[in-house]
Design a protein around this ligand. Structure first.
Ligand SMILES: Cc1cc2nc3c(=O)[nH]c(=O)nc-3n(C[C@H](O)[C@H](O)[C@H](O)COP(=O)(O)OP(=O)(O)OC[C@H]3O[C@@H](n4cnc5c(N)ncnc54)[C@H](O)[C@@H]3O)c2cc1C
Length: 467
């Protein structure tokens, strides 16, 4: 049977939508968040349920189609979409069920974090996630997940209780600490290498109104603020999270007009406690280097999660570089200042996310996420709407990265990487790589799921194609 005939037959048994290049929906459906990615799949299948996911995997397997898995479509390297093959899009699997007495949350794999935040907030609960609410639950979780609640409650995977998955042979399994424990270990950091997760069960925590928002300083104060921050954030109460940013001030409220587009440094806080306690904790920085501007107020947690969404709408050009850091010495700080002053566009930025606190109380080999001894996860992102500026934002991010990399811990958070080759993937997993390769060999020996930060199955290591 030809592929065309097979697709026609497949449409008959598929409940969601099947989109091919000649369909009017095709160009919109193949777009991902990073507009510099322009891939053309042979077909896009929007699965309506788990049965559709199973049918899609079987169809792709039978016809030798390369498969990409799309959750929220936010991956910077565009790994949710592929050329020529089948893009399995899970956006229709969008549901959230909160069990307030058990404090658990069941989430469909096509949901975004804003869907989860909206549902859990009604019960005064939250699941630790990231800092932008339009990010997909699936990709963020499977890579690790770091954000405003990390110091107190750990990575997103540290709050994952169970997943439902469709494997490369089309079988459906549950993975948790009791069932398929090796697979559960691997999906907590190992990305989309092992199967298509159709739902996630998370533990939630009592998080309601938080005291949060950015404090901004002029770049002349940035060295002093960074030096204060490197001591502060490793000793602060875990209820206090704060990520450091080099940024340009967004041209709109709540920022005063005289600061608009000025290059500055910032710390974006999230405190779980009263304003009075927060002010006591933050007194040391306010008296040492008073911020040029601050918007630090009590706000519902979902509001904090959506605070920056408007600055970074879908459809911009993105280029990312990343590393983990255990320390932030004076020489590294000098380099940060040099490159911050060269930020090429106002949406370009550098963030240092703290990955200490609760993250350090989980062992390096307890989940696939290896860099538990890091203190910060750095990401340098060149961003601009204009495709003509891709060269400019890419050069800046690479040059910033090249100067900071020698101070790093030797690997990066896989969710902040572009397609950077096998050595960088190994460096992301360090001592966990070989165990991941063995789990991959057990559950996906033919490397069917390879459009990702790919872990090669151990037996077929030499025989596999590069991507
Ligand atoms: C603006 C922005 C802000 C971000 N902020 C944060 C942050 O604060 N914290 C953080 O940790 N990360 C953050 N990230 C990074 C984010 O975690 C990754 O981009 C992640 O890949 C996004 O997941 P997604 O589902 O949206 O991506 P997609 O592009 O849909 O998928 C990415 C990859 O994940 C895998 N995948 C997706 N769904 C499934 C599934 N159901 N089963 C198996 N594999 C699957 C596949 O390999 C896929 O190629 C941010 C990204 C952006 C663009």
């Amino acid at each position: 049977m030809s592929l065309q005939q097979a697709i026609a037959e497949f449409r008959g048994q598929f409940r969601g939508s099947v989109i091919e290049p000649e369909d009017t929906a095709y160009d919109e459906a193949r777009k991902v968040y990073n507009a510099s990615i322009d891939r053309k799949p042979r077909l896009i299948v929007k699965c309506a349920d788990v049965a559709d996911v199973i049918a899609a995997v079987r169809m792709a397997k039978t016809h030798g189609l390369r498969v990409s898995i799309r959750g929220g479509g936010h991956n910077a390297a565009g790994l949710g979409v592929c050329d020529d093959g089948m893009c399995i899009d899970l956006a229709l699997l969008n549901y959230v069920r909160v069990d307030p007495s058990a404090r658990t949350v069941l989430v469909g794999a096509g949901s975004k974090w804003k869907d989860v935040d909206h549902a859990t907030h009604a019960f005064g609960l939250a699941v630790p996630s990231g800092i932008i609410s339009s990010t997909g639950v699936a990709g963020l979780t499977l890579g690790g997940g770091m954000g405003h609640l990390t110091r107190k409650y750990g990575l997103t995977i540290d709050n994952l209780l169970s997943v439902d998955l469709v494997l490369a042979d089309g079988t459906f399994v549950v993975a948790n600490s009791e069932e398929n424990a090796d697979l559960f270990w691997a999906v907590r950091g190992g990305g989309g290498n092992f199967g298509i997760v159709t739902s996630f069960l998370f533990e939630a925590h009592p998080v309601d109104t938080v005291c949060a928002g950015p404090m901004l300083w002029n770049l002349e104060d940035a060295a002093d603020v960074m030096k204060w921050y490197r001591e502060f954030i490793t000793q602060a109460p875990e209820e206090m999270n704060g990520f450091f940013a080099m940024m340009s001030v967004p041209p709109g409220p709540p920022f005063p007009e005289e600061l608009h587009l000025r290059k500055m440094c910032a710390i974006v806080w999230c405190y779980q406690g009263s304003m009075e306690q927060a002010n006591t904790i933050l007194e040391s920085i306010r008296s040492y280097r008073p911020p040029a501007f601050e918007f630090f107020v009590p706000m519902p947690f979902p509001m904090l999660q959506g605070l920056f969404d408007g600055i970074l709408p879908p459809g911009l050009q993105w280029y990312w570089k990343a590393d983990f850091f255990k320390e932030l010495n004076d020489a590294a700080i000098e380099k940060h200042l040099e490159h911050a002053s060269l930020m090429p566009t106002w949406q370009s930025t550098m963030h240092l996310y703290p990955v200490n606190g609760k993250v350090h109380r989980v062992g390096e080999a307890d989940t696939a996420f290896s860099h538990r001894d890091a203190v910060w996860s750095e990401v340098i992102v060149g961003v601009d709407p204009d495709p003509a500026n891709v060269g400019k934002i890419t050069d800046w991010a690479r040059s910033y990265y090249n100067d900071l990399h020698p101070f790093g811990a030797g690997g990066a958070y896989m969710n902040f990487m572009m397609e950077e080759g096998e050595d960088r993937i190994r460096a992301a997993y360090r001592g966990n790589y070989d165990r991941l390769a063995a789990v991959k060999a057990k559950y996906d020996p033919s490397n069917f799921f390879r459009v990702n930060q790919n872990i090669r199955p151990v037996e077929s290591h030499k025989a596999q194609p590069a991507s």
